[in-house]
Design a protein around this ligand. Structure first.
Ligand code: 6MZ
Length: 343
């Protein structure tokens, strides 16, 4: 009888049950969904994603998000995007998904932040016939200031109860070269007190002082953590803090290489942390913008770092420990993943 070992690494990465913990909703829009949105806006010729081997800058990435927000500007679009993104992740065997998104208001279309959050939650609820558990993290954009962040955390706390546990945490994201994350510490303290988990983009670009202060919160998970290590603009103190506190890293290979915060896959910080046995979770970041899938990200990790199918499976299985949902969901997922363990 054929076993998982008879699959090619590409097939294995696709068929293996997976966990996605770092996916921005508007960065995850597939080409098919984007076509639908552009058609509605009569902008059918536009291209709102990078090529696979394209090299860009972080600035280019943030410009791209601005353009995407122009076509995703009402609650109907928010619902469609979320619904489609969940179906796409489910189709590649993602069994547990934490989506994150910045509540947005667009006066011209009448979309309010509340309406945005409700549209995303409704789409998540409407996908409950699929074999995937979906949670929602509300994002604080560091470009928008502390008052907006406070409002986001209040929304998250309110919907944590109202959504029956779908809303599970808050993130810090946005252009890492803008503003000072330390301004948001009191807001994240407030989030913690409300029982929300913290997934913070940290050290996406070098910034030792800011990163150290944010680490002391501490976050439940770190997004990217690109510049924690001393040889890439971090420090021993940052590295030791993350390592000794075992703060899991959400690592997005293609995103970092296209955005050029990492020069190439071989030099990705994944290898350093993975070798130390540090908790690492492979994620997509923005699968639409960076033209990737979670299965492809696992394949890239396998190929670049010479990981066997056993190691790839362990990486996926190990990610369950770092999800924000409760222990009963973790147990449920472990049983499911164990059935796919290479024999
Ligand atoms: C930091 C990022 C990001 O919230 O409208 N975002 N923030 N670093 C990154 N690395 C490339 N990728 C995406 O999705 C788009 C928003 O996600 C954040 C940015 O704030 C972007 O505007 P939502 O669903």
């Amino acid at each position: 009888m054929p076993t998982q070992r008879d699959l090619s690494i590409a097939e294995f990465c696709c068929e293996m049950p997976k966990i996605e913990l770092h996916a921005h909703i508007n960065g995850s829009i597939s080409e098919t969904t984007m076509k639908k949105l552009l058609k509605k806006k009569n902008r059918e010729g536009d291209k709102l994603s990078f090529q696979k081997d394209q090299i860009a800058t972080l600035d280019d990435c943030f410009h791209m998000f601005k353009l995407i927000h122009q076509v995703s500007d009402d609650t109907e679009a928010a619902y469609t995007i979320t619904y489609d993104v969940i179906h796409e992740f489910a189709a590649e065997n993602v069994k547990y998904l934490e989506l994150r998104s910045t509540p947005r208001e667009v006066k011209a279309t009448g979309m309010t932040k509340l309406g945005y959050v409700e549209a995303v939650i409704k789409a998540i609820q409407d996908c409950n016939d699929l074999d995937i558990i979906v949670k929602f993290i509300l994002a604080v954009d560091r470009r928008n200031g502390v008052d907006v962040a406070k409002e986001t955390v209040e929304l998250a706390a309110k919907y944590k109860t109202l959504s029956n546990g779908i809303v599970i945490g808050v993130d810090l994201s946005g252009d890492p070269t803008v503003g000072d994350a330390r301004d948001y510490i009191p807001v994240f303290e407030q989030a913690k007190q409300a029982g929300l988990k913290l997934a913070l983009h940290l050290a996406e670009v070098p910034n030792i002082e800011e990163t150290l202060a944010m680490l002391k919160l501490p976050p439940n998970r770190i997004g990217h953590g690109t510049c924690l290590l001393p040889d890439v603009g971090g420090s021993d103190e940052l590295k030791d803090y993350v390592y000794t506190h075992k703060i899991p890293l959400e690592l997005c290979l293609t995103s970092n290489v296209i955005g050029q915060t990492v020069p190439n896959f071989d030099n990705h910080h994944f290898s350093n942390w993975y070798k130390r046995n540090h908790p690492c979770v492979i994620c997509t970041d923005d699968k639409g913008v960076f033209n990737t899938t979670l299965s492809e990200e696992y394949q890239i990790a396998a190929k670049t770092f010479n990981l066997s199918v056993d190691k790839i499976w362990q990486l996926s299985f190990g990610s369950i420990d770092h999800i924000f949902a409760e222990e009963d969901i973790k147990e449920q997922l472990r049983l499911k993943f164990l059935q796919f363990r290479p024999l």
